[in-house]
Design a protein around this ligand. Structure first.
Ligand code: S3P
Length: 182
């Protein structure tokens, strides 16, 4: 849960690939008049190549290091919606750094919903392979305790992105009201 002693300069969206972080982030940015930062997109712009190319050419650890550096950089800024890559919160330091300045909202979707959303997409290196649904189930289960550490867990199987954004925006504004000025 959100804690009164924390600072909520930014709002971070976490959750599995295909849960809708970027889309919900877009609506949240509209509602709160914040800037939307999509960590995958920023890294792609910084590196001049796609996430899939970074995985293939430099390996996943190199990509994770880029994510960690970006989280630190974003911690110096305010009024951001940070739509995180689905694996960014696997690193405990990234989780702690996000919590330092952001309310963390996790979009929770079932493996079946995620599969339906991503089955025709090809840009996610971790879901390439013969059994994407099995891979999603496995990754979701192993990551579930980490995603559940968020301040707010929002089911998105039966909630559309604008409604999800309105719900999170209200929780964010309430958390801010209860937090110390700063
Ligand atoms: C990943 C999620 C992706 C991207 C990379 C790894 C993950 O982001 O960062 O492919 O480990 O879950 P999205 O959640 O935006 O698809």
């Amino acid at each position: 849960m959100a804690t009164p002693s924390r600072q909520y300069h930014n709002l971070a969206l976490t959750g599995f690939m295909g849960a809708g972080k970027t889309t919900v982030g877009y609506f949240l940015a509209e509602i709160l008049q914040f800037e939307l930062i999509d960590t995958d997109k920023v890294i792609e712009e910084q590196q001049g190549r796609r996430v899939s190319e970074i995985f293939a050419e430099q390996g996943e650890p190199a990509f994770r290091a880029m994510e960690s550096k970006l989280v630190v950089d974003l911690g110096h800024r305010r009024d951001l919606i940070i739509a995180t890559g689905g694996g960014l919160v696997l690193d405990p330091t990234n989780r702690a750094n996000l919590r330092d300045t952001s309310l963390v909202a996790c979009l929770w979707a079932s493996a079946e919903t995620i599969f339906e959303r991503v089955r025709h997409q090809t840009h996610r290196p971790l879901l390439r392979g013969p059994d994407p649904l099995g891979r999603i189930r496995h990754l979701l289960e192993s990551r579930s305790p980490i995603y559940r550490e968020a301040d707010l867990l929002v089911g998105v199987d039966f909630r559309n992105p604008p409604d999800t954004a309105r719900y999170i925006a209200e929780a964010f504004l309430n958390a801010r009201k209860a937090s110390p000025p700063g």
